[in-house]
Design a protein around this ligand. Structure first.
Ligand code: IFM
Length: 444
């Protein structure tokens, strides 16, 4: 099974999950520093203070990427590392770090793909309301101006936001991610100002880097009915509205999905907000990034119109996150997005799996047969989506390194490279060698 000759093979990480040096080198406090240092919020009390110590070890990590043959590397910039207080004074040490990292990546012959925001909001901005404060559109624009001017001579691929559903819903509705707020009104405001910030950032990228390719990354999750029962179909479509269409419709059509808006307004969400503002989110994009991890299958709960239970087939298998392994559902989602929204190009900007693995490895290669099988299934699905007409142009595996998995701390390992958090030793997993072969052959 081979891929188009220009198919791009990459891997992804994010600043707070790997960099470490979270409290030094002039970096400002971010919401994840505050959240992870709050007892009870993260498994084992883990924090990103040290993480993979990538801030100091990046030359070694980039050399490992080169060994695997990565053609592109998606990393994120830490806003509080470059503007410690969110706005105003910049941190030269932070800007120098991203210069050095970008140069190292390019020296290795790897294309740099930068995400502007992968969840490490400066804490001082959260203290002023964070993503639910309309002023954040201006704050984010200031940050975008700074980093696009600084790196735009070298970085030509930009992603504005990573998974705004997670920032808004996990951060402000369920409270399981930083800043740990549980307030539906703030969650809908956060989603709104994330979308507007994306729109402004797109304009700034275009202005400062005319030859840039830019887009947004959404985590898209098929929400499927368990049966043809109208109530199963209804609850599944409602979930699709909240998790997928709430972001797809604004960035492609400049409006919220009408069925969901009605429900949100009736709950008092977005009260007093001019909803037509969301037209600004629909800036022309060169690509859509899709982060794909799982599907949900909904069975309605009699008498509770808004609730559903998850109903997976008995033969389903699951990763260490409890996420079902089902490559076909990813292909279906990519094809659906192509057909319904017609993006110019699609990249899978994250896909991968966590499986239980030891803290310490003594062998030269750690065997991870489940991840190898996972990759085989999902890359087969990626190829299938191309056959079915999707303009899928590349795939970024999540993740290059084991890392800080948010509220799960270091208990979940997604890497194709094992990290021993005591010694910081890196060990390739079999999946890294498997991926290397696929890249070298441009085929499964
Ligand atoms: O680790 C995360 C990443 O930061 C965002 N997408 C999902 C990954 C796995 O949970």
């Amino acid at each position: 099974m081979s891929f188009p000759s220009d198919f791009l093979w990459g891997a992804a990480t994010a600043s707070y999950q790997i960099e470490g040096e979270a409290r030094g080198e002039g970096r400002g406090e971010c919401i994840w520093t505050r959240f992870s240092h709050t007892p009870g919020k993260v498994a084992n009390g883990d924090t990103g203070d040290v993480a993979d110590d990538h801030y100091h070890r990046y030359p070694q990590d980039v050399a490992l990427m080169k060994d695997v043959g990565l053609q592109a590397y998606r990393y994120s910039l830490s806003w509080p590392r470059v503007i410690p207080l969110g706005t105003g004074e910049t941190n030269p040490l932070g800007l120098d770090f991203y210069d050095r990292l970008t140069d190292e990546i390019m020296k290795a012959g790897i294309q740099p793909w930068v995400t502007l925001y992968h969840w490490d909001l400066p804490q001082v901005l959260e203290d002023k309301g964070g993503w639910s404060n309309p002023d954040i559109v201006g704050w984010f624009s200031e940050y975008t101006e700074l980093v696009t001017k600084r790196l735009g001579d070298r970085v030509k691929h930009w992603i504005t936001l990573n998974e705004p559903w997670c920032s808004a819903s996990l951060g402000y509705l369920y409270g399981v991610h930083a800043p740990g707020v549980q307030d539906p009104k703030r969650a809908f405001l956060a989603a709104h100002y994330l979308l507007l910030s994306h729109g402004e950032a797109m304009k700034i990228i275009r202005k400062n880097i005319p030859d840039a390719q830019a887009g947004i990354t959404l985590n898209l999750t098929p929400q499927l009915p368990a049966t043809a029962h109208p109530d199963d179909i209804r609850v599944a479509w409602r979930s699709d509205g909240f998790s997928n269409r709430w972001y797809l419709d604004p960035v492609f059509k400049g409006q919220y999905p009408p069925d969901i808006v009605e429900e949100v307004m009736s709950m008092g969400g977005l009260e007093g907000v001019d909803l037509t503002q969301v037209q600004e989110a629909a800036q022309p994009m060169d690509f859509l990034g899709i982060n794909y991890y799982m599907r949900w299958i909904h069975k309605h709960v009699p008498g509770k119109p808004e609730e559903s239970e998850f109903a997976f087939p008995s033969e389903s298998t699951f990763t260490d996150m409890g996420w079902e392994v089902n490559g076909k559902a990813m292909a279906d989602m990519i094809v659906r997005v192509q057909q319904e929204y017609n993006p110019k190009a699609i990249y899978v900007t994250e896909n991968g799996a966590a499986y239980p693995e030891p803290e310490t490895v003594t062998e030269p290669v750690l065997e991870d047969p489940e991840r190898v099988a996972f990759l085989k299934e999902y890359l087969g699905a990626a190829e299938d989506s191309i056959q079915r007409g999707a303009k899928l142009k590349g795939y970024f595996l999540w993740s290059f390194l084991d890392n800080f998995e948010w509220a799960y701390g270091y208990t979940k390992r997604f890497g194709i490279t094992h990290v021993d958090y005591t010694t910081q030793k890196r060990t390739p997993k079999r999946s890294a060698l498997y991926y290397k072969d696929i890249i070298a052959n441009n085929a499964l």
